[in-house]
Design a binder for this molecule. Structure first.
Ligand code: SF4
Ligand code: SF4
Ligand code: SF4
Length: 271
């Protein structure tokens, strides 16, 4: 990790160095990459690691199904076993769909999505980018108003044809989480996230002699920071002013869930 006022180098997946890491990468390469966790692990790569270490069977991945088990058996020279249905059953591929008029903008689905396929902001309607959705179903249960459903996709669109795309999306998702965690730690520790080349450890160009101009691009660094801080505060106040929508027809239990979410978000905003 780097010093407090410079960004650390966040990496996507490192190049395998050892025999075991190479084996994990080979196994991961044939898994479907929906990142659904049905295998009992946090995603496809952790499951690949468990298989490589002999800690998991090759028949725990419902999205991979029977085809996937045969591929793993061939790759690892292990005996074929039918899918262990305690992990789920093999099903046609689906993608998530949000009933947008019902959505209250709580963001719980965004937080659950392992491949960043959901677009939306707090207290605003959310939508799913179907082309990015792996069909993992992880967003369905957290939705407090049950407005997410899984919809079938054409039979010829196999999950394994999208595996490389979802692996990359998931790696970027993990990268984003790591970066966000680091920025939060910096905030808690009182350090400012870099807002300028100087903060990021890069030489700042000399400030202009005149400070009378109103153009942000010609302002000295302190003035630029004040301008940015004021803009961020205005944006925060505007966000606060927006209220959850579509809540009139909800029952008391759902309204209580929403109130709890709002309280948690307000606390997070103030931390
Ligand atoms: S697709 Fe789901 S069940 Fe299969 S390995 Fe990946 S996370 Fe596990
Ligand atoms: S939108 Fe839902 S189903 Fe699709 S990948 Fe994200 S969490 Fe999974
Ligand atoms: S209401 Fe449901 S769909 Fe809308 S943001 Fe919350 S979890 Fe997502």
């Amino acid at each position: 990790m780097s010093s407090s006022n410079t960004y650390p180098v966040f990496r996507l997946q490192p190049v395998p160095q050892t025999e075991e890491e190479r084996l994990i990468a080979k196994i991961d390469a044939v898994l479907p990459q929906t990142q659904c966790t049905k295998c009992g692990y946090d995603g496809c790569r952790p499951y690949a690691a468990a298989i490589a270490k002999g800690e998991a069977g090759i028949n725990q991945c419902p999205p991979g199904g029977d085809h996937g088990i045969h591929v793993l058996a061939d790759l690892l020279q292990r005996e074929y076993k039918p899918l262990d249905t305690t992990h789920g059953i093999e099903q046609p591929r689906t993608v998530a769909f949000i009933d947008e008029p019902v959505c209250i903008g709580c963001t719980l689905c965004i937080q659950a999505c392992p491949v960043d396929a959901i677009v939306g902001a707090a207290k605003q309607m959310h939508t799913i980018v179907a082309d990015l959705c792996s069909g993992c179903e992880l967003c369905v249960a957290p939705c407090p108003v049950d407005c997410i459903s899984m919809q079938p996709v054409p039979a010829e669109e196999l999950a394994r044809d999208r595996a490389d795309q979802w692996r990359e999306q998931h790696d970027l998702h993990l990268f984003r989480l790591e970066r966000d965690k680091w920025e939060k730690q910096q905030k808690t520790a009182g350090a400012k996230a870099p807002t300028s080349p100087a903060d990021a450890g890069v030489a700042e160009p000399p400030a202009p002699a005149s400070t009378a101009t109103s153009q942000a691009g010609l302002m000295p660094l302190d003035a630029k920071r004040a301008l940015i801080a004021a803009a961020m505060e205005r944006a925060r106040q505007q966000r606060e002013a927006i209220k959850p929508q579509n809540t009139e027809a909800l029952n008391d239990a759902t309204k209580a869930k929403i109130a709890a979410i709002e309280a948690r978000r307000a606390k997070e905003n103030n931390d």
